[in-house]
Design a protein around this ligand. Sequence first.
Ligand code: PMP
Length: 357
Amino acid sequence: MKRAYNFNAGPSAMPLEVLLEAQEEFLNYQNTGMSIIEMSHRSSEYAALHAETKQLLRELMEIPEDYEIMFIQGGGSTQFLMTAANFHTKKYAAYVNTGVWAKKAMAEGKFYGEVYEAASSADKNHSYIPQEFTLRPDTSYVHLTANNTIYGTEYKDFPKFDVPVICDMSSDILSRKVNVKDFDLIYAGAQKNLGPAGVVIVIAKKSFLATAREELPTMLKYSTFANNDSLYNTPPVFAIYMVNKTLHWIKKQGGVNAIAKNNAAKAKLIYDVIDNSNGFYKGHAAPEARSNMNITFNLATPEMEKDFVAKGKAAGFVGIGGHRLVGGCRASAYNAVPLEACKALAEFMEEYMKENK
Ligand code: PMP
């Protein structure tokens, strides 16, 4: 069986071991005579899986006991709305505009009150992470995007604020160690580092949840999920099952620190080719803001980029074209992308450069 070198931005590569295990038990989960997706979400088998998934997240991310862990549907995009619906309760909400996803979050905030940019990297096409922030009095929260999937920038250290901090970690959750205590609410769609699309992991401080607006429709309230162990309605069973397996896999790799080390080594292979190419490849992100998840670069012209992506595809590299809104090239090297795939891409980039210089 030949597996592609998968650099898709999301949904994206899953660990082969996880896929094989799911395949093996798909028809008969734990001798029940049925698949995990055919049984009640109130069954003892599913209940055990649900609880273990939360426990694994707590352990791997060192989530303190005064934080809730929730499983919610609707993708990161619904979190743009839910965070604002629940917590935009003062005059303003602040957003750090580091690109498309941050702006989309901000647009949802407007439904619940005034919003403003605490900082923006728009002046340089979001190639850096702002370092200076201005907050107004009467600000409900500040919203950050940990990793900017489209531009390939990532906070190295998170700024501190004296208002609650909400952070979108959709494209770098569990790729490196973060201090959960520095955030009041973290959310992340599973489909990049944790599993298939269909579930969002939400981690929120209980005392922050207690400040939420209550007069909201049931499914928009975090309290509905927190008070019912994310089982108020049918959870996305299959997605959670795959997240569970991926978390076991992360643990087997040595946990988050081992994963982070591997991710840094993987990204470096590609950044080194860019940096040693004498400008043949131009990295989009400022070096100090470079993401280890999404490596973005340009070639001399859009035509060359098209040719690079096409030749790459022919050589087995999938997903190396840039996002449709910004063009260029992007290799997404999420947790499950093996070091060998990054090595192979680095070699392909060297070859392509030799042939096209
Ligand atoms: N936030 C970030 C950082 C993303 O990269 C994405 C999707 N690529 C989203 C939010 C939106 O997620 P979804 O498609 O699950 O709504």
